[in-house]
Write a protein that binds this ligand. Structure first.
Ligand SMILES: [Ca+2]
Ligand SMILES: [Zn+2]
Length: 505
């Protein structure tokens, strides 16, 4: 059994992170279809043997590119999640374990899990870590593994109240040592921000025939639907299948069309079944009462607002792809809580990469493929992947203070730049080390990216993403692709770590 912990306020947006309350815990049964049953059995046996040997708990097993399965494994100690001891196995149909990321984990832990520092004292320490913070929520305590040593930690969500209902600022997760009382670290999740909207032109998409007409739900892509905010559990419906009479319908046309293209892109290009990897999608709501688009990890809903000045929905292909990209980010790898501050920027970058892959797959003349985000909505793009600093804020290269940037989306810059270089090469994209990168095309880059992402653990950061994508390129392709992956990371200042696979070096 694994528990996914998300911040108490857990909407991530295309432009900025906003509001909402509620805590989610999910655990779906393992469902594996396709590929030979005997291969599945052999793979599962190998995974269970490894898990038993190392006293780990198996999460959702997901098939991925190259006839392999991704097995997330988590550890608990006295009922507490041990963050930094979770791993992902890549197992093939012969039962061979092809990769363990991020590496071996200690099999036993010795730690007193009864805190000696009172919670109120720890909370005061946590509040002091975020300037102006006046609100807090106590989360489940955890064991943090740092450099192989376990530490008992209180976890708090901390934020500043804004005085406006359902709106928060500076949301951060802060850990405090349960025995020494010292602050152990924090992740900044986001600020509020503003954005705008637009649609995808005349398109065809799949709906469901129901009594008396048609509804905005998708029978071939389970879980995908479109309704009106606030959530009533109802889909849009009408007597005929000719949509677009109202702004609400037009926004849902955009959303279902783009989400269906993303779903099909995942299947055709990335060997991934649905958004969760096991054939499920998630509902969308339009007419959200925010000037933004967002993904609620607490409610598993994508939400799309409207620009009050133009009255247009924020539902372009890359924006819809970005929001469901957050869903895919949360549905890959282990379900343990993130402990590295770089995880927020990597989630935003995952949204941009999957939104861009969707735009290229859709190849819609009303919104032609490019490597920018939000270009059909605003007067110009919000973000640029070829040179992220063109937006005036996003760094082109990795640096240590990414989580301190004013806008969490700016931290998407380095990995967005990496993806651009890997797909397109450096002919039109300056590298941070001045050395050239030869691109391998967007489809191969996408497969390397998703196969790397599926190895995500609680300590996910740029160094881990480098190691994981080098491993995936070695499994999926040959030395030219592996070299391109390494060169692209070198080009954004993320060097090889000690556990990087040595092949093709
Ligand atoms: Ca775009
Ligand atoms: Zn986002």
């Amino acid at each position: 059994m694994t528990v996914r912990v998300v911040p108490v306020i857990s909407i991530v947006c295309v432009l900025g992170a906003l509001t909402t309350a509620a805590l989610a815990g999910t655990s779906d049964p393992v469902r594996l279809k396709g590929r030979g049953t005997s291969q599945v059995q052999v793979m599962e046996k190998a995974a269970h043997t490894y898990a038993d040997q190392h006293h780990l708990l198996i999460g959702k097993i997901t098939p991925g590119p190259g006839q392999t399965w991704y097995v997330p494994l988590s550890r608990r100690h006295n009922g507490l999640a041990v963050l930094g001891a979770d791993v992902v196995l890549v197992v093939d149909g012969t039962g061979r374990i092809r990769d363990v990321t991020p590496g071996d984990t200690p099999d036993t832990i010795t730690l007193d899990t009864k805190a000696t520092v009172p919670e109120e004292q720890a909370k005061r320490t946590a509040l002091a870590q975020v300037k102006g913070a006046d609100m807090s929520d106590t989360m489940e305590s955890v064991v943090l593994m740092r450099g192989g040593a376990p530490t008992l930690a209180y976890a708090f969500d901390i934020w500043r109240s804004t005085g406006r209902a359902e709106e928060y600022d500076g949301l951060s997760r802060v850990w405090v040592d349960g025995h020494s009382g010292a602050a152990l670290g924090k992740i900044v999740y986001g600020q509020t921000a503003i954005g705008q909207g637009q649609n995808t032109g005349r398109v065809t998409f799949d709906t469901k025939k129901v009594d008396g007409g048609f509804s905005m739900s998708d029978t071939t892509r389970p879980g995908l639907s479109c309704g009106k905010f606030p959530d009533s559990g109802k889909y849009l419906s009408r007597a005929d299948d000719q949509w677009g009479a109202t702004d609400t319908e037009r926004a849902c046309v955009d959303v279902l069309y783009a989400a269906q293209r993303e779903w099909d892109m995942l299947g055709s290009w990335l060997d991934r079944k649905g958004f969760d990897g096991l054939g499920r999608g998630y509902p969308a709501l339009v007419d959200w009462d925010q000037d933004n688009a967002g993904w609620s990890a607490a409610k598993d809903r994508a939400m799309f607002g409207r620009d009050p000045a133009r009255g247009r929905a924020m539902t372009s292909i890359d924006i819809v792809g970005h929001e469901y990209g957050h869903a895919i980010y949360h549905a890959t790898g282990t379900e343990d809580e993130y402990t590295d501050p770089e995880s927020t920027g990597l989630s935003e970058s995952t949204g941009d990469i999957l939104g861009t892959l969707t735009e290229h797959f859709a190849n819609n003349p009303a919104d032609p493929p490019d490597f920018t985000i939000g270009e059909v909505v605003g007067p110009g793009p919000w973000r640029y992947m070829d040179k992220p600093s063109r937006d005036g804020e996003s760094p082109d290269c990795w640096r240590r203070d990414l989580n301190a940037l004013r806008d969490v989306h700016a931290a998407a810059g380095p990995q967005n730049h990496w993806f651009y270089l890997l797909a397109q090469g450096s002919a039109n994209s300056p590298t941070c080390n001045g050395r050239p990168v030869t691109g391998i095309g967007i489809q191969k880059a996408g497969r390397v990216f998703i196969s790397g992402l599926m190895r995500k653990t609680s300590t996910w950061n740029h160094a881990a993403a480098r190691r994981a994508t080098v491993a995936s390129a070695l499994e999926l392709y040959g030395c030219p692709e592996v070299t391109a992956v390494r060169s692209a990371w070198d080009a954004i200042s993320v060097p090889a770590g000690p556990t990087e696979p040595k092949g093709c070096a």
